[in-house]
Design a protein around this ligand. Structure first.
Ligand code: TYM
Length: 343
């Protein structure tokens, strides 16, 4: 795709960090939504490597992980002929704008409200200043491209709201430059929970691999994780987030992967509780066995595509993506500098 001003379509921007393994939560909360948006909007999808280094990364692995994230975008169905894919560190305007926002409009009071920073260990001495400042870099990512909508999972909503606040504050104090973006969150799938603990989200930094289904997990391993996933008391398949959070989470995954609605699932498994249970999978046996199969089928197809791209192909896509977004980012940065009197 060429970013094209004549053929104006709303602009969508989002990104994923090349840190840790990407999992089903990333796919269902973000990537699947991106794929649906690429036909309607001017989509820009970034691999946010400068965000990844807010926590220590193994230098030898980081380069490979950046390319792997692009392969995951492609396997999910992002089409470089329709959407731009690029690497954050290739466009220096991101860090420049982040610094400017830090000084001009971001305030400690804003940053101290960020719940993700608090969760990630705001008290620890080893925590980097970058991790604290990460939402400002994210705001810079979004605001550079006159973004209309930012499709993310639930955990990033507060950060997109900060981007809105910073844009509005800058426009008010220095003059109009930034478009104020909207957040786009799916009704279902915005917060996929951990398989080992339905009170915590599925996360790439989880302590145990039983928490998540990695998009690169061997299909049989993933199926086993589903069969061993924590469930709730009772044996009925019922979508009830409050009383049956584990089953509600598994039903969400099932529904998104197969297109079956909650009511259909409830009906399909009505009365198939203990009588069908296998010793190894417990009282929700039939349901879990079918979900395990659905996950396996999804991963086999996904990974076939994932492995079909070469490193050179991916590097070409990133280079072409940077070429397309650079002028847009530089134009915004120029306007910002003019407003500050430092152009
Ligand atoms: P990251 O890399 O942690 O996650 C990528 C995307 O996956 C979503 N996600 C989930 N969705 C549903 N259930 C889950 N358990 C789950 N876990 C993760 C995230 O919400 C996200 O949409 N700061 C961002 C990356 C970023 C960005 C940006 C996003 C940097 N700049 C600009 C949008 C716009 C992050 O760390 O996402």
């Amino acid at each position: 795709m060429e970013l094209n001003k004549q053929n104006y379509k709303p602009i969508v921007f989002s990104g994923v960090q090349p840190s840790g393994v990407l999992h089903l939560g990333n796919y269902l909360g973000a990537l699947e939504q991106w794929v649906q948006m690429q036909d309607k909007y001017n989509c820009i999808f970034c691999v946010v490597d400068y965000h990844a280094i807010t926590v220590k990364q193994e230098p030898k692995e980081l380069g490979r992980r950046i390319l792997d994230v692009v392969k995951i975008y492609l396997a999910a169905g992002i089409n470089p002929a329709k959407a731009v894919i690029f690497q954050q560190s290739n466009i220096t305007a991101h860090t420049e704008l982040a610094w400017i926002l830090n000084c001009a409009v971001a305030r400690l009071a804003d940053m101290n409200k960020m719940t993700q920073f608090k969760e990630k260990g705001g008290e620890k001495e080893s925590v980097s200043v970058g991790l604290y400042d990460y939402p400002v870099l994210m705001a810079a990512d979004i605001l550079l491209y006159n973004t209309d909508a930012v499709p993310v999972g639930d955990d990033q909503v507060q950060h997109v709201e900060l981007a809105r606040t910073l844009a509005q504050r800058f426009n008010r104090e220095y003059g109009q430059v930034f478009k104020v973006p909207e957040v786009a969150v799916r009704k279902q799938g915005a917060r996929i929970m951990g398989l080992d603990d339905p009170s915590k989200k599925m996360s790439k930094s989880a302590n145990s691999a039983a928490n998540y289904i990695a998009l690169t997990d061997a299909p049989e391993v993933a199926a086993k994780k589903i069969r061993r996933a924590v469930t709730d008391s009772g044996s009925e398949i019922k979508y009830d987030v409050k009383n049956k959070p584990a089953i509600a989470n598994l039903m969400t995954i099932y529904s998104l992967l197969t297109g079956l609605g909650f009511k259909e699932l409830e009906k399909k498994y009505q009365g198939k509780g203990p009588a069908y249970a296998e010793a190894s999978v417990g009282k929700y046996g039939e349901f879990k066995k079918d979900l395990a199969e659905a996950v396996k089928k999804f991963l086999i197809k996904f990974q076939l595509k994932y492995h079909s791209y070469s490193g050179d192909e991916v590097k070409r896509i990133l280079k072409d993506g940077a070429r397309q977004v650079r002028p847009v980012a530089e134009e915004t940065l120029k306007k910002v500098k003019e407003k500050l009197g430092i152009n």
